[in-house]
Design a protein around this ligand. Structure first.
Ligand code: PLP
Length: 259
């Protein structure tokens, strides 16, 4: 029998919520990972009822089921990177943390607290579990400016990012798409180094799934072996291009053109 071919692309384990409209969540992850040249494995943390305008309902998946899925998957495959998006419950944090600790994968966490339409996507207990149990395991977290403020309790971007680095994560990319201004300012923070600053022209229109797209692309680029600096730059470049070719699949915000 001929030898089985090894995976042609690095595996990226995406752990995220499901958005039936395909703009955000696990579908955004799978598309963004594939577009970088990675292959996504997918575990769903929550099922949602939502459209391109807002989220109406979020039902978390049983943490025991996620634990069984992770055990089964990681006994069989070796992801080079893990991307975590929406955490469905505080109970899920422990089983995901235990799985992360068993792998040597790069870990990207996109904290998802609130939908672009304004609805809350994370309870106080779930947010606490994210901070205490998962951020210490992250190579990089990617909050937007509002999420950085909520998670850190700090008013300024610099102070907030410093507080978030204090949780144990190694890098923080604060994104500024949710702030006003003629350009989008993203800032890369790490320990003992001056922040790296990126400025992108602000594109017209509101977008749904931009954060998921960026974080999944970043995880895939780390899985491909890029340095953090290269992966951050290329994931932002890809996301900007995806937003520049976004489409209206519904009556609300635009969906990134990830293909
Ligand atoms: N639904 C799911 C499952 C998500 O993961 C996210 C964001 O990550 C959202 C909804 C909200 O996306 P947005 O803030 O881009 O509308």
């Amino acid at each position: 029998m001929p030898a089985s071919p090894l995976p042609d692309r690095p595996l990226v384990l995406c752990i995220s919520g499901h958005d039936p409209g395909g703009g955000a969540g696990i579908q955004a992850d799978i598309e963004a990972v594939a577009a970088q040249g990675g292959r996504a494995l997918s575990i769903i943390t929550a099922l949602t009822v939502q459209d391109t305008r807002d989220v109406a309902r979020v039902d978390d998946v049983d943490a025991r089921l996620i634990e069984r899925q992770l055990d089964c998957l990681l006994a069989d495959s070796r992801p080079a990177a893990i991307k975590l998006g929406l955490l469905g419950s505080a109970d899920q944090a422990g089983v995901i943390a235990a799985a992360i600790e068993r792998t040597g994968a790069s870990v990207v966490i996109d904290p998802v607290l609130r939908a672009g339409g304004g609805s809350s996507l994370s309870s106080a207990a779930t947010t606490r579990a994210l901070l205490d149990q998962l951020f210490p395991l992250a190579d990089v977290i990617t909050p937007n400016a509002a999420e950085a403020r909520i998670l850190s309790g700090c008013g300024t971007r610099d102070a907030g990012a410093t507080a978030l680095l204090g949780t144990g994560c190694r890098n923080v990319l604060v994104t500024g798409g949710d702030e006003p201004g003629p350009s989008v300012e993203n800032t890369w923070y790490r320990h003992d180094t001056e922040p790296g600053r990126y400025t992108w022209p602000r594109l017209a229109g509101g977008f749904h799934g931009a954060g998921c797209t960026l974080a999944a692309a970043l995880a895939a680029r780390l899985a491909l072996g890029e340095t953090m600096a290269d992966a951050l730059r290329e994931a932002q470049r890809y996301t900007h291009a995806a937003l520049a070719s976004a489409v209206a699949t519904g009556r609300g915000r635009l969906i990134p053109g990830r293909y």
